[in-house]
Write a protein that binds this ligand. Structure first.
Ligand SMILES: [Zn+2]
Ligand SMILES: [Zn+2]
Length: 208
């Protein structure tokens, strides 16, 4: 599996292109990059976009969702609890930042904790990690976790937006910290880090 960080602008979250070298099947996790750039990279890499995955429903993770869907036909997937955020500018918080706000087409597939998504021969497991939002998830691959806005380098997601729940977030973080093995963490904002580094240095993980 290969992972590329996609270029983003302004408010946008980290956006990731994940692909299987053999089958050339690709996934975009949090489509906040320019759709044109993503489509060019897919073309240049001879990749087929087979799914668009959202770690949660906040606007800064979704910008290119509809353009990418329209151009590629790939289904957009989000946890069922965050799915209503796509079509509601208050819930996806874009109204708070931009006034009128942004809405998107409904999800093509609803995700649940424990779902296994096949990308070529690779399995992406969905972990429901509520707290930042009700339907926040982490996407887990061997040795890698895409944490969205649940866990950052040295920090954690905020819980003061609609659907935020500090107690739920702490429980989710406890479960992530308890995962056995070594993982690189691809976070929703900021730097790539590792679970080991965060277990040792992230003050929010030592307090739970
Ligand atoms: Zn975010
Ligand atoms: Zn968020």
């Amino acid at each position: 599996m290969q992972i590329r960080k996609l270029p983003v602008r302004g408010f946008a979250s980290n956006s990731w292109l994940v692909f299987d070298e053999e089958s050339r099947m690709a996934a975009v996790i949090d489509p906040s990059a320019d759709a044109e750039v993503v489509l060019r990279l897919l073309r240049e890499g001879n990749l087929t976009l087979s799914m668009i995955l959202l770690t949660h429903g906040h606007f800064d993770h979704i910008f290119a969702a509809d353009t990418l869907r329209a151009s590629s036909g790939a289904p957009l997937m989000i946890h069922e609890k965050d799915a209503p955020m796509l079509t509601d500018a208050t819930r996806n918080v874009s109204a708070l930042f931009f006034g009128k706000g942004n809405v998107y087409k409904p999800a093509d597939r609803l995700l649940h904790g424990g779902d296994a998504l096949l990308l070529g021969n690779n399995i992406i497991t969905v972990r429901h990690t509520p707290g930042h939002t009700e339907g926040s998830v982490c996407f887990v691959l061997p040795g890698r976790i895409f944490t969205g806005d649940t866990l950052f380098e040295g920090s954690i997601g905020r819980t003061d937006l609609p659907g935020g729940d500090e107690r739920a977030l702490n429980e989710s973080l406890r479960r992530i910290a308890a995962m056995r093995g070594e993982y690189t963490l691809y976070t929703g904002h900021g730097n790539v880090t590792t679970l080991e580094h965060e277990r040792k240095n992230n003050p929010y993980l030592s307090n739970i």
